[in-house]
Ligand binder design. Structure first.
Ligand SMILES: [Zn+2]
Length: 393
């Protein structure tokens, strides 16, 4: 299968002439999108714009989309920059070569795909989409989705890195060794997210209270982006560390597989007569869980680490040790009434998720004793199960 990712880079050390050419191309694109057909725009860029931007808002600036055969990136190792990119513009044959600064080295065996040129605060940025071929396939048996090499099997060297993705603890990760007999290396990742979100919610409220002129606009410009950037940064680091750990395990000769849960087509049901309070609503709809799953999947696949997604229904309710569902889940605590297990609630969930995959893949469900997936309306919802909208990865 093919896997893509975006490398963001800043265009640096622009000469006056090149800056003018880029600015002209970029501004002409905006004019063209607003309906001015007479502007000078590189023909392929014009076609791209026609293809991509069907509906245009008058106040927004749109990036210049560059066709994959027209963008070129070269490693030149010059004094001012390691890498250079060629951007096609009207008025100069062969486009302009600009120095770019990447946040990471460009891998060797990749193909460059459609890329985008942005302008922000007078600076130009290039988002390069790169693609590579990995020998993974996506298989979808009834109960789970697996991305792995066709020959992938569970054996004694397999380390299942199970992750429960939730709200209070964005990621709870645990390693299951030896067919799930041993649990090691429990990690609580991304906890800073909560503090960041609380801080910004407080900020938004206080701005609202003071009735600052154009408060809403101010919030939109200053708070929203900063908040999501900070949250994204924390999540990037957290997901990166899981993938790094997997790579480390692989180097030691083990076979790691990353697994997380997902609710298939399950939407939080509305219960008659029970209104959700605003505070909870806000939390539900801005949950970072979708982002986490997406990041984890793509980062892992890029590093060629197998990934599995299992249905996470009941994983927070069931006891991982005795599989009983006669349990108490209160705040962050989990208690089993049958075997007296007391555990961190999210950790219990992630052990269950890992065990569920092992059960599916080893084909001995009796071992894992998974209850049948209940019909949609009866799925219990604790806050680790709420997602704003149903989605499938
Ligand atoms: Zn139990």
């Amino acid at each position: 299968m093919k896997i893509q990712k975006v490398i963001k880079c800043r265009i640096v050390h622009l000469t006056k002439v090149k800056r003018e050419l880029l600015t002209q191309e970029y501004e002409n694109l905006q004019k063209f999108l607003q309906g001015d057909n007479s502007v000078k725009l590189y023909s392929a860029n014009k076609q791209q714009a026609k293809r991509y931007y069907k509906r245009v808002k008058p106040t927004k600036e749109y990036p210049l989309s560059i066709r994959k055969d027209l963008i070129k990136v070269k490693r030149k190792n010059t004094k001012i920059a390691k890498y250079w990119a060629r951007i096609p513009v009207a008025g100069r044959r062969g486009g302009v070569w600009v120095a770019i600064k990447l946040h990471q080295d460009m891998p060797n065996d990749v193909e460059i795909c459609e890329s985008k040129l942005f302008r922000k605060n007078g600076e130009f940025y290039l988002h390069l989409t790169i693609q590579k071929e990995i020998d993974f396939v996506k298989v979808e048996p009834l109960d789970y989705i697996l991305y792995a090499t066709p020959s992938f099997t569970i054996n004694e060297r397999t380390v299942v890195i199970a992750n429960d993705i939730g709200e209070a603890n964005p990621i709870v990760s645990v390693e299951l060794w030896g067919f799930g007999k041993q649990r090691k290396n429990v990690r609580f990742l991304g906890r800073e997210v909560r503090a960041i979100r609380q801080h910004y919610n407080w900020l938004k409220k206080s701005v609202g209270r003071k009735k600052i002129k154009h408060a809403l606009k101010w919030i939109k410009e200053h708070v929203k982006h900063k908040e999501s950037r900070k949250v994204a940064d924390v999540l990037h680091k957290a997901t990166r560390s899981i993938v790094d750990r997997s790579v480390e395990l692989r180097q030691q000769g083990f076979e790691p597989i990353i697994v997380f849960g997902n609710l298939k087509g399950v939407r939080r049901p509305r219960i008659k007569g029970k209104t959700r309070c605003r505070k909870n609503n806000r939390k539900v709809h801005t949950m970072p869980s979708y982002k986490i799953k997406h990041m984890l999947l793509y980062k892992a696949l890029w590093a060629e680490i197998p990934v599995a997604i299992v249905n996470e229904a009941w994983t927070s309710k069931q006891c991982w040790r005795c599989h009983s569902t006669n349990t108490v889940v209160r705040k962050r605590m989990f208690k089993c009434r049958d075997c007296r297990l007391e555990y961190n609630r999210d950790l219990n969930g992630s052990v269950n998720i890992g065990n569920r995959l092992l059960g599916y893949m080893l084909g001995n469900r009796a071992d894992v004793n998974q209850p049948q997936t209940p019909p949609e309306y009866s799925i219990p919802f604790s806050d680790s199960v709420c997602e704003g909208r149903s989605h499938r990865l």
